[in-house]
Ligand binder design. Structure first.
Ligand SMILES: [Zn+2]
Length: 352
């Protein structure tokens, strides 16, 4: 995320917090609850080049947020309980549902002890190729290519081009360019081809990140044994479903559920769309998820849950605890629904 965008977001959160507008707005914008998104939870690292840092928060920050939620009037609930409340319940209190994507080992090592301490139910969404050690965490591979080299050459539109990335500043800039470029591709295949090509040229083992960072099936089995934990599906190959043919999208969702059921003995009822923004999951994916019988599908579209989402259970928004904004007061404004109401122009449902 570029500096200006960060400043604007922070400015907005500060304004909402210090004006106390989020308290005033809450009855109108808070909805019935909120689903929180986490990725990595781990101690901060000293490296200056951390382009994927928005995907990680520290254990201390998570502890602060959870403690604050436990003291608040919100109910911390599982996905099943959230689904029950949305479909037939009339709960008096607002709910908060904690979800963690991708199944990193730090979920077990850092997030789990904190959530366990406060007895918080939570869901972990697993792309099955990660514990199978075949997955491509391509955004980390891209980071590694840029981090480990001073100069990068690659084919852009059939032409060989060269980029300097010796300084941290150049690395940040180049990563942002490369990331934006590969995300703009129409197909997932194209993105994977470019990343594999870069990894081949610069000796980055794209599948090594699974072993290094993600839980094994044994570790998942241990985690899943706790009744606090719900294991959800997150496809097989962590693909942006809207960028693959319908048959592939369907089998990615269906297969991941079967593989998890075979490995852990429970059939996932809940789905998280990889990446999860409108370019990765749209009406076609919501329809397929419903046809496959999932109870809920979560996106990364920002927002809180309103009663209207009862009719859009496959297109639920979430609130991400972003590593770039690790302040309890920002988290409070986000969880209140005030910030996303402003960002979404007060529109409650976005399932298009
Ligand atoms: Zn993911």
């Amino acid at each position: 995320m570029d500096g200006l965008k960060k400043t604007i977001i922070r400015g907005g959160l500060e304004t909402l917090y210090f004006s106390a507008a989020h308290h005033v707005m809450r009855p109108f914008v808070g909805g019935v609850g909120v689903i929180l998104t986490l990725h990595h939870v781990r101690p901060p690292r000293p490296d200056r080049f951390q382009p994927n840092r928005l995907l990680e928060v520290t254990p201390g920050f998570l502890d602060d947020v959870v403690r604050s939620l436990r003291r608040s009037r919100a109910d911390l609930v599982s996905l099943d309980e959230m689904h029950r409340r949305l479909t037939n319940g009339k709960a008096r209190r607002r709910f908060v549902c904690v979800t963690i994507d991708d199944g990193y080992r730090d979920t077990l090592q850092w997030a789990y002890p904190i959530l366990k301490k406060y007895e918080v139910p939570f869901a972990v969404y697993i792309p099955t190729s990660f514990p199978d050690r075949l997955g491509e965490l391509w955004w980390l591979a891209l980071e590694a290519v840029v981090a480990r080299n001073k100069r990068i050459q690659l084919l852009v539109d059939g032409k060989e081009r060269s980029f300097d990335c010796a300084s941290v500043e150049d690395k940040r800039h180049l990563f942002e360019e490369l990331y934006g470029w590969v995300r703009s591709f129409k197909t997932e295949d194209e993105l994977r081809r470019v990343v594999r090509d870069l990894c081949g040229r610069y000796q980055v083992d794209v599948t090594a990140f699974c072993e290094e960072l993600c839980m094994s099936w044994d570790e998942l089995t241990r985690l899943a044994a706790d009744p606090l934990v719900t294991i959800g599906a997150h496809t097989v190959n962590h693909v942006m479903l809207a960028k693959v043919p319908e048959k592939v999208a369907r089998s990615e969702m269906e297969m991941s559920r079967s593989v998890i059921e075979a490995a852990l003995g429970t059939r996932p009822q809940h789905l998280s769309y990889p990446v999860g923004d409108p370019t990765s999951a749209g009406p076609r994916e919501f329809r397929i998820a419903a046809e496959l019988g999932f109870k809920t599908g979560v996106t990364t579209r920002p927002g809180v849950i309103f009663p209207e989402h009862r009719k859009h259970l496959m297109a639920l928004p979430r609130i991400s605890l972003n590593g770039e904004h690790q302040q309890l007061r920002y988290a409070r404004v986000l969880i209140s629904g005030a910030a996303t109401a402003v960002w979404n122009g007060f529109r409650r449902v976005n399932a298009a």
